[in-house]
Design a protein around this ligand. Structure first.
Ligand code: ZN
Length: 120
């Protein structure tokens, strides 16, 4: 697999689709408070003990989902910005190129495999 205009265009289409999906998912569990910041929704179900327990459980679920989605969305946006700037596929840490196979499987990757392994 080679990094060329077509390869990058395909990643861009995939990333834009992913961005739309993530924004939709986030909208159902969280409210946007800033460009890259969302707060989990607190749903008011009522005042009975059962309602309160369900509210807390739902909030905790929204909270963990919101965090994961927010990070994914941030990375997807970052990758799209890199495409626009013409430095997509370049490792943020060592400035080497990221393996195209890795980008095909994980289009929002910002570090090469070697740097990724080092940071784990
Ligand atoms: Zn690297």
């Amino acid at each position: 697999m080679k990094m060329n205009a077509k390869f990058i265009e395909e990643r861009k289409v995939g990333l834009e689709k992913r961005r739309a999906e993530l924004e939709k998912e986030l909208a159902s569990s969280a409210e946007q408070v800033a460009e890259n910041d969302y707060d989990a929704k607190f749903v008011d179900l009522g005042d009975k003990d059962d309602d309160n327990a369900a509210e807390v459980a739902m909030f905790e679920k929204n909270l963990s989902m919101e965090k994961t989605l927010e990070i994914s969305l941030y990375n997807v946006k970052k990758a799209l910005k890199k495409i626009d700037e013409g430095n997509y596929g370049i490792c943020e840490k060592c400035e080497g190129s990221i393996n195209p196979e890795r980008l095909a499987a994980f289009p929002s990757a910002t570090a090469c495999m070697k740097c990724k392994e080092k940071s784990l």
